[in-house]
Design a binder for this molecule. Sequence first.
Ligand code: MD6
Ligand code: FE
Length: 205
Amino acid sequence: MSTVREIQTGLEGFRLWPGALSAQAQAALLAEVLMAEAVAPFYRPETPGGRPFSVQMTNLGGLGWVSDRGGYRYQETHPATEKPWPPIPRMLLELWTELTGWPEPPDACLVNLYRDQAKMGLHQDRDEADLTAPVLSVSLGDTAVFRIGAAGGRPTRSIRLASGDVCALTGPARLARHGIDRLIAGSSTLVPGGGRINLTLRRAR
Ligand code: MD6
Ligand code: FE
């Protein structure tokens, strides 16, 4: 991992490492996610307004991000199985330390699964207790068209996130608005059944 190059994005605090994960590392991480899925299956949450997300979700780590009619929050158990979330794979903990240098490990990892027409509207990640800690994002599978703009209604720009790319919202970009407009279907064969998996590592507590 030590040869990974960060590229400049023009948005201060938005950090991007294209191709950070080798094909072998991507396959190893995907295998970990598929094993975790047996314990913590992907499910389709509802927005607080009662609309289903097009993205399916699960979590890894001591805390998981959930959404339902009660709102957005972090909780220790899967809403359907009521079991604790599986642990965050060691390779992700190492990636966090290497790329962010943040002194404490992440305690939450949201896993998003996009199939077909799934997308994610513009949002800010602001349900975490400490909004100074970064959020680190890993993409697997089909390329996504990612949209991002600084907080406060600033213009957005579009960036493609391909399998193995890693990005982070840090410092002045921590509360940037971002979302996924669409996938480029068939751009990767990594995820069985097609689509894209995104993992975001956070300090929730
Ligand atoms: C996604 N990503 O890539 C959605 N959040 O599927 C996010 O919502 C995200 O990429 C915080 C930091 C980086 C991200
Ligand atoms: Fe986000």
